[in-house]
Write a protein that binds this ligand. Structure first.
Ligand SMILES: [Zn+2]
Length: 44
């Protein structure tokens, strides 16, 4: 789930899975679709 947060007078969109911040809601949503902290592909 993407949540919004105010910082430096801007609205940021945060990936609740990994905590990464995005300045675009679309970017955050796209990231989160591919973000699965419980099963990171790079650890396979
Ligand atoms: Zn993430």
């Amino acid at each position: 789930m993407v949540s919004t947060t105010e910082r430096d007078g801007m609205t940021w969109y945060k990936c609740d899975v990994c905590g990464m911040l995005f300045d675009s809601k679309e970017d955050a949503g796209q990231h989160e679709e591919n973000c699965d902290e419980s099963d990171p592909s790079y650890l396979q």
